[in-house]
Design a binder for this molecule. Structure first.
Ligand code: ADP
Length: 255
């Protein structure tokens, strides 16, 4: 696909559920080469933001552009074809399929092979399959799961599933990677490994938008941090600026 090193920009994005504005006039830039942290209390609109960017939800107002070009209101497959990949708060898996197969599914949302083609093993899919298999093995290697490629996914530990989700997203060779609380439930050592992985993904040219509760991880690896509160931006800046931002510290960091 055409993964161009362009900025992904949200302007005035608003989405309400019933009467509640989950996000309210949000401006956000996700820039190539950046790890952008998105933090805020529960219910502040972080996951909704990821859902809008990845095309799972359609914004009620506002625009989203990629390199200055307006993106049509969301369908997740279209967003994937623009190089936008994501992980979910709760890892998604096909339990009885192998880890390798679960990762290969990441390629089916690329538009090159539909899930149906994969199931029916149509010629086009068979041709792509070898390529996807190679790519999935590389992705598993990148996240440190080479050893369990042939293991059934429902045998994996929670932390391994989190890394599997990232491998699946990497199948798209994304220009933008949206991570929804990847550190949840991970041990200290696993979070260190996650931090190295996110840095490596970023160094390889993928822009990262990281929703995360672990403030230490956010401040350790992010270039830029946006703080949401009630669907609006409370503060945005470098980790140092956010750490010393009075309102953020009192409202959120709890110091
Ligand atoms: P966060 O990820 O920061 O915890 P969310 O984006 O999940 O916040 O939620 C923002 C607000 O939108 C909350 O008030 C939440 O209850 C509401 N919300 C999110 N998704 C839905 C939905 N599918 N239906 C109704 N309300 C929702």
């Amino acid at each position: 696909h055409t993964a161009t090193p362009d900025t992904l920009s949200l302007r005035g994005i608003t989405l309400a559920f019933g009467g509640v504005k989950a996000i309210d006039g949000l401006d956000l830039d996700v820039k190539p080469g950046q790890i952008h942290g998105l933090i805020g209390p529960n219910g502040s609109g972080k996951t909704t933001t990821l859902n809008v960017i990845s095309g799972y939800y359609r914004a009620g107002a506002g625009t989203m552009t990629l390199g200055g070009r307006t993106l049509a209101p969301g369908r997740s497959t279209d967003r994937a074809s623009h190089g936008i990949a994501r992980t979910f708060q709760t890892p998604r898996l096909i339990g009885e399929a192998s880890v390798l197969e679960n990762v290969m599914i990441g390629a089916t949302i690329e538009g090159r092979a539909s899930f149906l083609e994969a199931m029916l093993r149509l010629p086009r899919h068979r041709r792509d399959e070898a390529v996807f298999r190679e790519r999935a093995l590389l992705a598993l290697h990148a996240v440190g799961l080479d050893g369990v490629a042939e293991v059934r996914a429902d045998r994996l530990q929670h932390s391994e599933l989190r890394f599997m989700e990232i491998a699946r997203a990497l199948m798209l060779r994304p220009a933008f990677l949206l991570l929804d609380e990847p550190a949840a439930g991970l041990s200290h050592d696993e979070i260190d490994r996650l931090a190295s992985l996110i840095r490596a993904v970023s160094d390889a040219g993928t822009a990262v938008l990281l929703v995360e509760h672990h403030a230490d991880l956010i401040f350790a690896i992010c270039d830029h941090v946006t703080v949401l509160n009630l669907g609006r931006i409370l503060a945005a800046g470098s980790p140092a600026e956010i750490r010393s931002h009075k309102e953020v510290v009192s409202a959120y960091l709890g110091a």
